[in-house]
Design a protein around this ligand. Structure first.
Ligand SMILES: Nc1ncnc2c1ncn2[C@@H]1O[C@H](COP(=O)(O)OP(=O)(O)O)[C@@H](O)[C@H]1O
Ligand SMILES: Nc1ncnc2c1ncn2[C@H]1C[C@H](O)[C@@H](COP(=O)(O)O)O1
Length: 221
C-alpha cells in the first residue's frame, strides 16, 4: 500500500505549496509528489525570460514579469484540470497578486496603471466561480534567518545581489497574507518540523497532517 492509499488521499486531489522565496517549496513539492505518486506543477525559473532582468531593474520589468507569471500559472492550472487533479503545485497563483504585485506597487516599482491593469486581468481570469481552488494549501513558514541561509545556499545569482530588505519585507507580508487567506483550507508547517534532506521519510508526517486537514481517516500509528 502506498502512502496515498494509507492516508486515504483522493487520487484527484490538488495540493498547493505556498511560502516565501527559498523556504523549501520545490523540495517538498517533489517529495510529496514522489510519495503520493502525483504529478508536479513546478515554477520554471531557468526558462523565465524576465526574471533576471526584473532583479536588475524592478521598475522596468515588474509588469512584464507579472503578466508572464500569470500566463504560466494559468496554463498550469489548465493542465491540472485536464489531467483531473492528482497534482502537487509549487506556489499558488494567489501569491502573485497578494504578495509580489502588491509589494511592488506599494513600494513604487509598479505604476498605478500597470497594477490596475494586472489586477483586472487577474480578477477576470482567477476570481470566478469556475476557477478551482486547491484542496489544501500547505503554507511553509520559518525564521527570516533560516530562509536567508537557504537563499544563500541555493545560490541563484540574481537573488544573491538583491538587498536583504527585499526578503525581509516579503517575509513580513507573507505572514499578513496567510492570516487573511480564505480560498481553501490551510495547513501551516514550520520548516523545523521536518527535514527532507536528512530524513526522506519525514514526508510521511507531512502527509498525515495533509490527510487530517482534508478530513480523511488516518490510520492509528
Ligand atoms: N528541509 C530542508 N532542510 C534543509 N535545506 C532545505 C530543506 N528544504 C529545502 N532546502 C534547501 O533550501 C533551498 C531552497 O529550497 P527550495 O525548495 O528551492 O525553495 P523554494 O522552492 O521555496 O524557493 C535549497 O537549497 C534546498 O536544498
Ligand atoms: N509573481 C512574482 N513576481 C516576482 N517574482 C516572482 C514571482 N513569483 C516568483 N517570483 C520569483 C521569486 C524567485 O526569485 C523565483 C522563484 O521563486 P521560488 O520561491 O524560489 O520558487 O521567482
Amino acid at each position: 500500500m502506498n502512502l496515498r492509499e494509507k492516508y486515504n488521499i483522493p487520487k484527484n486531489a490538488v495540493i498547493t505549496v505556498a511560502g516565501t522565496v527559498g523556504v523549501g517549496k520545490s523540495t517538498i513539492t517533489n517529495a510529496l509528489a514522489n510519495a503520493l505518486q502525483f504529478r508536479t506543477s513546478l515554477e520554471k525559473v531557468d526558462s523565465n525570460p524576465y526574471l533576471d532582468k526584473f532583479y536588475s531593474d524592478f521598475s522596468r520589468w515588474s509588469f512584464h514579469l507579472q503578466i508572464y507569471f500569470l500566463a504560466e500559472r494559468f496554463k498550469e492550472q489548465k493542465r491540472i484540470f485536464e489531467y483531473g487533479g492528482g497534482f502537487i503545485q509549487d506556489r499558488s497563483i494567489y501569491e502573485d497578486t497578494g504578495i509580489f504585485a502588491k509589494m511592488h506597487y506599494d513600494k513604487g516599482t509598479m505604476t498605478n496603471v500597470d497594477y490596475e491593469t494586472y489586477r483586472s486581468l487577474f480578477e477576470a481570469m482567477v476570481m470566478t466561480p469556475y476557477f478551482p481552488h486547491p484542496d489544501v494549501l500547505i503554507y511553509l513558514e520559518g525564521s527570516l534567518e533560516d530562509i536567508l541561509d537557504r537563499i544563500k545556499l541555493r545560490g541563484r545569482p540574481m537573488e544573491q545581489q538583491t538587498p536583504i530588505e527585499y526578503w525581509q519585507e516579503m517575509h513580513k507580508r507573507y505572514e499578513d497574507w496567510i492570516n487573511a487567506f480564505t480560498f481553501c483550507p490551510v495547513l501551516r508547517i514550520n520548516i523545523n518540523e521536518y527535514d527532507l534532506i536528512a530524513d526522506e521519510s519525514s514526508i510521511e508526517n507531512v502527509i498525515e497532517k495533509v490527510a487530517t486537514k482534508m478530513n480523511r481517516k488516518v490510520p492509528v500509528r
